[in-house]
Ligand binder design. Sequence first.
Ligand SMILES: Cc1ncc(COP(=O)(O)O)c(C=O)c1O
Length: 401
Amino acid sequence: MITPSADFSEQDIERLRADTPGTQNRIHFNNAGAALMPRPVIDAVIDYLRREGDIGGYETKAERAGHIEGVYDSVARLIGAGSDEIALAENATVAWQWAFYAQTFRPGDRILTTTAEYAANYLAYLQVAKRTGAVIDTIPDDEAGVLDPAALERMIDERVRLIAITWVPTNGGLINPAQAVGAIARRHGIPYLLDACQAVGQMPIDVQAIGCDMLTATGRKFLRAPRGTGFLYMRRDLIQRTEPAMIDLFGAEWSGPDRYILRPDARRFESWESDYAAREGLGVAIDYALELGLDRIATRNRYLSSRLREGLADIDGVKTFDLGRELASIVTFAIDGREANGVAALLASQGINVSVSVPSSTLMDSIKRGLPSLVRVSPHYYNTVEEIDRLLDIIRGLTRR
Ligand SMILES: Cc1ncc(COP(=O)(O)O)c(C=O)c1O
């Protein structure tokens, strides 16, 4: 029996699972790593590749130009932006680097960020701090471990050059108050870069409501798109003022021997060559999520992840590591006396996909809380209560020795 949540009927879930080949083979709880693609996404990518094989890569691109253009529209619809404000990337990190490395910093300029900042972002802060003399300051958290907007407000001064935060970190259920941060950034006219990599596809996103100037995300996680896809949103007026750190003949026109003209839209960050089959899949995945409704997806994910959290809380010898009040569908825990990698391997041997969150992926948070490697379970709406209960049974068994 598949237990529905209020927002999806049993039939809905059955249909969604029938549409997801991987659910027949595995219990997939690694959606924060890479979710299972639904059949229409898989078909779109394969169909595109087949066409490239049949008639040629450039020729397929010309034939499908409308489709490819439509991917920008889909991303824009997903986050409440304009299509001209979207650049497509091969992952979230590259999209984030486009935004971040286009900012200019002078000695003493401040970058304000979060405790649970993603490693790739923090490494870039460190590099830019080394190169320019900018300083990195962490915004304090409140007693629940959530970024504290009041503390952020108190940190603002004329040296703050960028606010760059992770909305939902890779290592747990924390949801940082992206919108409250946006209100402060706007009020003070400070550029605001939001890493929405783990948020996109599991909750509604509206960049106007959030008030961010730049947002980055990946395709393969909760959006269920192919690997090797991601995107950048940059606010229209900021694009005009932003010179990408690197350009090529796609992002700029070589208009004379000693000059060039940047594209007027966010695509000035992109380069000429791309994986168009994967992009086609990204567009289909976004349309799929939009058709289901991000509100419904968020409700079902809350339902499944709450059941998992409650189940884990009832098992002696298991400790969960969530911060925050409202929680995302990323649950991390440790089992007394067991290495996270060993637990993940054991689950894999029983057909259950989970991942391991290592301390270095969010080093500042790991140091602050003394975190070990954690087992990470990230259910998505197509998972079932039966799958959660099966996982809980196995974990219960692991604690009895
Ligand atoms: C919070 C966060 N930001 C950024 C990334 C990087 O995404 P990508 O691997 O698509 O570059 C990840 C990946 O796990 C992430 O969890």
